[in-house]
Design a protein around this ligand. Structure first.
Ligand code: FES
Length: 334
């Protein structure tokens, strides 16, 4: 029989995760009338109330530090869902925690690129310092440690996040010092982005509420620099080389029958060739012009790929494809 967060069995089994659910601590802050008022504010943002479930789960975490049994029931009651439905969502996403989380959540990326550059060594060293493993919290309640899948910052590998703020290009020593500072109650500034808060604070932000003292502080956090040099290198090189993303392709127009007589002033070009000429001629920058020229029907094939020759061997045309095309042509000609 399945048991969900909030069940008496104390074990959640959803088919996705069977880790134990911790019973609610006696000193767990309650979900108050204020929490419910804020939850209703979240619900009002969506045409369908149930769409508010994800931010509401963050709201629960901002009060209680995890998705508690009470939190599951709270969301289910307000949204008209079953506890099973809420539990299925809460146990699917790793950002919803099933045990009370420490003041800070430290996530060490041990996915491929970070691991190659030392992510696993960082995780092992921090784990040894803290005396806890994955998804465990230090006895002083300061830090919950987890190893994480790719944190979408591979250009800054190896990466550690604290409460989802980035600490880029870490090594064993810098990560150990970072965690030690957190345990001393300090909040080292992230490499980029908003200032560090704590797990409950960032959960409140993820629910869509500010935790800053005033609008100016809120604005400063939002406007904090979020792009760093490794990301910008690629952008700069592309600009220097005139590389651009391919333009959007529009559906090919209906092919008109070949005219018997070349139109006056024309060069015998098809509609798509004329459109490509126009795109090249109207490009505003050399980069845009280069991109449009690359996609001109008359552009040479890129090096390493030769156009398939009719009836020839060694092309990349799938077997049978050229026959089908020839068959189509015969049908048209008949
Ligand atoms: S592999 Fe670590 S951020 Fe992508």
């Amino acid at each position: 029989m399945s048991a969900l967060p909030g069940s008496a069995e104390g074990t959640a089994v959803t088919g996705l995760d069977s880790s134990p659910v911790e019973p609610a601590a006696p000193d767990l802050p309650p979900l108050t009338a204020q929490t419910e008022a804020e939850a209703r504010e979240v619900m009002a943002r969506y045409p369908q109330p149930r769409s508010a479930l994800l931010p509401m789960l963050h709201l629960v975490q901002s009060v209680q530090g995890y998705v508690s049994p009470e939190g599951v029931g709270f969301c289910a009651r307000l949204l008209g869902l079953t506890k099973a439905e809420v539990g299925a969502v809460a146990t699917f996403y790793t950002m919803y925690k099933r045990h009370p989380t420490g003041r800070h959540l430290v996530s060490v990326c041990t996915n491929t690129l970070c691991a190659v550059l030392g992510g696993q060594r960082i995780y092992d060293a921090v784990s040894a310092d803290l005396g806890v493993g994955h998804d465990q919290t230090t006895a002083d309640g300061a830090v919950t440690l987890e190893h994480a899948e790719c944190l979408a910052a591979c250009d800054y590998a190896p990466v550690v996040t604290v409460d989802y703020e980035f600490y880029d290009q870490q090594d064993v020593d810098s990560a150990r010092e970072l965690v030690a500072a957190l345990r001393r109650g300090e909040k080292p500034p992230p490499t980029r982005g908003a200032p560090l808060t704590d797990f409950r604070g960032i959960s409140r932000q993820l629910a869509g509420f500010s935790q800053r003292a005033d609008l100016a502080a809120e604005r400063a956090a939002i406007d904090a620099p979020s792009a760093g040099e490794p990301t910008l290198v690629g952008v700069r090189l592309a600009a220097e080389r005139g590389e651009v993303a391919p333009p959007m392709r529009h559906p090919e127009p209906e092919v008109a029958p070949e005219p018997d007589v070349e139109p006056a002033g024309g060069r015998g070009e098809t509609d798509s060739e004329q459109a490509a000429d126009t795109a090249v001629a109207s490009a505003d920058t050399p980069a845009e012009r280069a991109g449009a020229a690359q996609h001109h029907p008359d552009a040479p094939e890129p090096a390493g790929r030769q156009p398939a020759e009719r009836g020839g061997e060694g092309t990349d045309t799938p077997a049978g494809h050229s026959q089908a095309v020839a068959g189509d042509a015969r049908e048209r000609d008949a």
